[in-house]
Design a protein around this ligand. Sequence first.
Ligand code: ADP
Ligand code: MG
Length: 423
Amino acid sequence: MSAPGPGGVGTPRVEWRAAWTPAEGADRARAGFAAAFGGEPAGVWAAPGRVNVIGEHTDYNAGLCLPVALAHRTYVALRPRPDGVVRLVSAQEPTAWEGRLADVGPGTVQGWAAYAVGVAWALRGAGLDVPGFDAAVDSCVPYGAGLSSSAALEGAFAVALDDVVGAGLGAHDAGRARLVAACRRAENEIAGAPTGGLDQTAALRSVPGHALALDFRDGSVRPVPARLGEHALLVVDTRAPHRNADGQYAARRAACEDAARRLGLPSLREVTDLDAALDRLAADGAPPETGRRVRHVVTENARVTRAVALLAEDRVAELGPVLTAGHASLRDDYEVSCPELDVAVDAAVAAGALGARMVGGGFGGSALALVRREDVAAVAEGVGAAFAAAGFGTPALLVAEPSGPGGRVEPAGPVADAAGGAR
Ligand code: ADP
Ligand code: MG
């Protein structure tokens, strides 16, 4: 199946993943709710997926990264219940979930529901009086593509539950930081995925038209204007299965920790002289690949700093070479790319992209290309043709429009009326 891409141009060799409008997302979630539970929800809430412009494998090295939230969102229609029971359905999952909120804890929930009910558990832990609820999910955020569908799901539940209990955390950035912490606990402790706070921060603290500069050393989050103008951020989901990504991730992390220990530093963020650090690691007998891992992390932080400066100065086109250099570093020094990602990057650049790189942890997932808007169709065609020639499956493409954070979609007025005193 091929759908027309931006500008109505279609190519049979790629699929397009358009973002739903908020009204479309809300309609879908409400229809799912009516089919599963009957009647009307108290409201519909949504939170975005994200793509990381630059700054990969830096989060666990006290480093820097620069995500943008997508217009692609996960929608949840939710109605509180007075009896402490939770019932969940998702249009993306065949299996519904039902249980008592009081029984939720680490190890008690399997599958996708852990992300959703985990947020309710974590918000209770944070002191919110979260009731039981019925909820229906629908989403246009692709799974496992490095676009953080899990944080979009968590973020949608976080803003929904915050709203129905009237806690008001979503009304200010400090409150949103608390929602981020709850989502992260849900993912770490209930879903059992050891992720940092990048994804949840992008889902809940982004600013429309901006990227977010995240610093994992001091925890700061700074919006940076992303005035893309005639440029577009084109995401290519390779749909390659992640091959042994977990083991490789653990090995990279361990190598970075080993290097910091050998250098006598709290983290690789403290490396100020890369060449001196590499000499010292070699003299200390560190394996050769450890030096390459360090070189990636240190140069990647410098690329984030450069990208932030370029965005601030509206020099968007110059981001291209920064992205491409980032890809070379992930491919050659960090060694986390794969054939599909390399083909996507090379084909995008050959077809006119200003630069491109793999995004996410690696070994599958998506690539990101900076493309002049007028060249989007040509780059899509080039990537599609290269995938066909290589014998890969059809890639799925979307355009990342820097978007705002999670929040309520419906109703427009106070949710209290619709919640009908069920709090
Ligand atoms: P991603 O990079 O997309 O975040 P993850 O493996 O972290 O990949 O999260 C994907 C998982 O999150 C899915 O397997 C599913 O359990 C859950 N999930 C994400 N979106 C939805 C959704 N719309 N409905 C149900 N579960 C979802
Ligand atoms: Mg995830």
